[in-house]
Design a protein around this ligand. Structure first.
Ligand code: NAP
Ligand code: MG
Length: 498
């Protein structure tokens, strides 16, 4: 099948149907209050559709439905092989509908549609497949108690789990949560971000079609301060898995403390260092990766390599190469398959990023690429790839997460200084290191306080590797089999044998 053209995507868009209600107990419903909010597209500022604005009451109804479903046992007590078959069906349905889902994602939050399809929807399907395939291959344990007894260590689903996700990879972040939660037999209440609820709402229907029983997956669009908080404070929610900002992550810890001590799993912000040593095996490849690692998804990526640390002596040469990547990645129409970079998610994000660009200049960093809003005649939210040189690590643009296409360049003179700068951050999500020296690479990797360290790449090993943060980047890990631990209880059953 030939790849879709701009015209193909536009035609699809013109015939697109937007699901806009909450999905509770197997049905699409309005919010109890009847309230809705406007979901706009950052591509042109158009209102796409009005979406149900769920609140505390809706959360309560959804949690009750989720609990009923959990106790009924159709899903929670189903054989792992059965849950596998349903999750594999869901993966297949995501693939079958990936044009529609990718387009919804693009219209809702402005990423290039080819990336929405090849990265996001591919990743979503893969997540459901991977955890589905895993779940009937995992064994429980017998403890070394000796002959007097039999000590069984078993894993049980937690119960009702809330998932609260951001807008940068809307459905993919949801899938990172849902796949391991559902594989382990839990019931889920998902709150998508207010900027990008459309794919999650549509997924609910696909999940039903795949055979997820009523009440097991509920999707509640709404605002963080209302619906999100109500989930966090709910007395009958057993855990929350959150991806979003560090600030809101801390709220969830408070909600737990003020309510029922539910487990809180957090994937929060980052300010990832990308360390380029003189002896990197291939400076061209490193520069290409450095550019992609900050400009991909318009820099709205938690693991974005937003601090470029270059060894003195090669900085000017290296920065020229990274600038070339930025020049190449100019923002364009997200529906055009040639477009490499789309929009900011909304007006307020544009304002926030532009504010940082201003702050960088005020603090004395040197703007060497971009720095402006573009394509303003479209009504959309486009910012150029932007690079600062001469950045000091105590500047705002080196310390705070910008979540936009803004790269801060710093230099270091030796490995010790590189490590010092890399670790001088409240965050510790992700780091990259480029060197030909294996010993140096291992020694430095051990000293970097981050959940992931990549040597001679910026992409990491994918779903088979755990992902999450040290320090204020979060608590717990998504990805890999380790993600399953968060969504299960461990039970110790001891049988005396006389
Ligand atoms: P955010 O403002 O923290 O929002 C994330 C989610 O929390 C949204 O669903 C939001 O709802 C909800 N929320 C907001 N305020 C809340 C409150 N007071 N109580 C309960 N829930 C609340 O983050 P964002 O702006 O969507 O996303 C950007 C951030 O996410 C960045 O900091 C980025 O680093 C982080 N992120 C981290 C990862 C990771 O895996 N580590 C991945 C992606 C993004 P509303 O949309 O209605 O406000
Ligand atoms: Mg939107």
């Amino acid at each position: 099948m030939a790849a879709k053209t701009l015209e193909d995507w536009q035609k699809l868009r013109d015939n697109l149907n937007y699901r806009n209600q909450a999905f509770i107990d197997g049905k699409y419903v309005d919010a109890v209050s009847g309230k809705t909010f406007e979901d706009t597209s950052p591509i042109d500022g158009r209102v796409l559709v009005k979406v149900a604005e769920c609140d505390k009451e809706d959360v309560d109804i959804a949690v009750k439905a989720a609990r009923r479903a959990f106790e009924a046992g159709k899903w929670s007590e189903a054989a792992p092989a059965y849950r596998k078959s349903v999750l594999l069906k869901l993966a297949a349905l995501v693939r079958e509908n990936s044009d529609e889902l990718a387009l919804l994602e693009t219209l809702d939050m402005g990423k290039p549609v080819t990336q929405a399809k090849n990265v996001d929807m591919h990743g979503v399907a893969n997540n459901f497949q991977w955890y589905g395939e895993a779940i009937d291959k995992i064994y429980d344990e017998i403890a070394p108690t000796g002959p007097a007894g039999l000590g069984m260590i078993t894993r049980e689903p937690l119960g009702v789990i809330g998932a609260v996700v951001p807008w940068n990879f809307p459905l993919m972040m949801a899938a990172w949560k849902l796949a391991p939660m559902l594989a382990t037999g839990n019931s889920v209440v998902l709150k998508p971000a207010e900027q990008s609820p459309l794919t999650a709402i549509r997924l609910a229907e696909l999940a039903m079609q795949a055979g997820i029983p009523e009440g097991v997956l509920n999707v509640l669009p709404g605002f963080g301060e209302t619906a999100g908080q109500a989930l966090g404070m709910h007395m009958d929610v057993d855990a929350i898995s959150f991806t979003g900002s560090t600030e809101v992550g801390k709220y969830f810890l408070q909600y737990s403390g003020k309510s029922n001590m539910k487990a809180i799993w957090l994937e929060c912000g980052g300010k990832s260092p990308n360390i380029i040593m003189k002896d990197a095996p291939d400076l061209n490849a490193a520069a290409q990766a450095a550019g992609m690692a900050i400009f991909f998804n318009s820099g709205q990526v938690c693991l974005a390599s937003s601090r470029l640390l270059v060894e003195e002596g090669i900085k000017d040469e290296f920065l020229e190469k990274v600038k070339a990547v930025g020049q190449f990645m100019q923002p364009g129409d997200p529906l055009d398959p040639k477009t490499m970079m789309g929009t900011m998610v909304d007006k307020s994000q544009t304002k926030r990023v532009m504010g940082y660009i201003e702050a960088g200049q005020k603090e004395g960093a040197k703007l060497v690429l971009g720095g402006k809003q573009v394509r303003q005649n479209t009504g959309g939210e486009y910012i150029e790839p932007t690079i600062f040189d001469n950045v000091k690590n105590d500047m705002k643009i080196a310390q705070e997460e910008i979540f936009g296409p803004v790269l801060s360049t710093l230099t270091f003179k030796d490995t010790e200084e590189a490590l010092k700068i890399a670790n001088d951050s409240i965050y510790g999500l992700y780091a990259n290191l480029w060197t030909n020296d294996l010993t140096k690479a291992h020694k430095m990797a051990r000293k970097i306080r981050a959940g992931s360290v990549n040597i001679n790449n910026t992409g990491g090993g994918g779903l088979v590797m755990p992902f999450g943060g040290y320090k204020q980047s979060g608590i717990g890990r998504d990805g890999s089999l380790h993600a399953l631990d968060k969504f299960t209880q461990m039970k110790a059953t001891y049988i005396a044998l006389g």
